[in-house]
Design a protein around this ligand. Structure first.
Ligand code: NDP
Length: 290
């Protein structure tokens, strides 16, 4: 029986995910490094902005920070409540999840890696996909809290499995993003109407999340709204590549894509959305995808 939940990290995703918790639980603690955001959240959604020490006394503790390193640093030195479950929604590193699960076991706390997919709009509408690695009993116990913001919620394996699925998913997003940039630039160079081409492709076998959503909503209209930062995508493609290389697989496409996304990230303006990676290709081809 879950009496209290906490959410740590009220960023683009966390702020919106935590907003659903008070609809299901009476006691919802929130904490954020910039504490003004936690106070604002409590005013907007009826959560309780508390210090970190108190937040981690909840039965279920969610975190959603940029990287696994941030989560490791945060957890180090914290005294947790025996029997509680830490559900980390960061897109993190599988090896870190395994280590944190072992480390928290010493305090009789379970650690689940539970990254999410669906972007800020999915967080807002509570329609996120949640892919979870770790102890299955802990997963079943935490499920009612995860359902507050998740729609498709899957236990995908042991510790680290959730982070692995998320990293591979985002690598596929990056592969699609780059290939769509090359493909649509080619069409434009041949004088094809890109909007009409997009309609055809979205009704054909070459469609993807990038052609169905990203291209029309972010690239063709030149809006590139910042909802998922490019450095975060570069982090995820790096995690996916490392996973493949750990088991000595050949990685021609993954290596190239990681290299391209990393280069796009290094050359991008500050606060670039992930979709702005195509601007690197535009600078090479001297053709704008519009
Ligand atoms: P944001 O940059 O918007 O938010 C990051 C949050 O983490 C902020 O609350 C920030 O606090 C906090 N934070 C950063 N560093 C630290 C630290 N060292 N210690 C404590 N708190 C810290 O990121 P997102 O919400 O976009 O992403 C969070 C995670 O979710 C990432 O792993 C990302 O890859 C993943 N993700 C993002 C999606 C998206 O569409 N944005 C979609 C799916 C997954 P402060 O306010 O003080 O800076």
């Amino acid at each position: 029986m879950i009496q209290s939940v906490a959410f740590i990290g009220l960023g683009a995703m966390g702020y919106r995910m935590a907003a659903h918790l008070p609809k299901h639980f009476d006691t919802v603690y929130v904490w954020n490094r910039n504490f003004e955001k936690a106070k604002q959240h409590s005013i907007e959604y009826g959560t309780q902005a508390v210090d970190l020490k108190q937040a981690v006394q909840a039965d279920i503790i969610f975190s959603c920070l940029p990287t696994s390193k941030d989560v490791e640093n945060l957890i180090a030195g914290l005294e947790l409540k025996a029997g509680s479950i830490w559900v980390d929604c960061t897109s993190g590193v599988p090896e870190s999840a395994k280590q944190l699960a072992e480390q928290l076991k010493l305090q009789q706390v379970s650690f689940l890696d539970a990254p999410v997919s669906g972007q800020t709009i999915g967080a807002e509408n509570a329609t996120l996909t949640v892919m979870i690695g770790g102890d299955e009993t802990a997963f079943n116990q935490a499920l009612p809290a995860i359902q507050a913001f998740g729609k498709l919620i899957k236990h995908v394996g042991a510790s680290g499995a959730g982070f692995a699925v998320k990293a591979v998913n985002n690598m596929l997003l990056a592969v699609n993003l780059w290939s769509v940039a090359e493909g649509f630039t080619t069409l434009k160079a041949h004088g094809v109407d890109l909007t009409e081409a997009l309609d055809c492709i979205n009704a054909s076998s070459g469609k993807s999340g990038v052609t169905e959503n990203v291209l029309s909503q972010r690239i063709l209209n030149r809006s590139f709204p910042l909802t998922f930062a490019l450095p975060l995508l570069a982090k995820d493609t790096g995690i996916a590549l490392n996973l493949a290389q750990d088991v000595k697989l050949p990685t021609p496409i993954l290596s190239l894509t990681q290299n391209l996304i990393q280069t796009a990230n290094l050359t991008a303006e500050a606060d670039a959305d992930f979709s702005a990676a195509v601007k690197l290709y535009e600078s090479w081809s001297k053709i704008t995808i519009s």
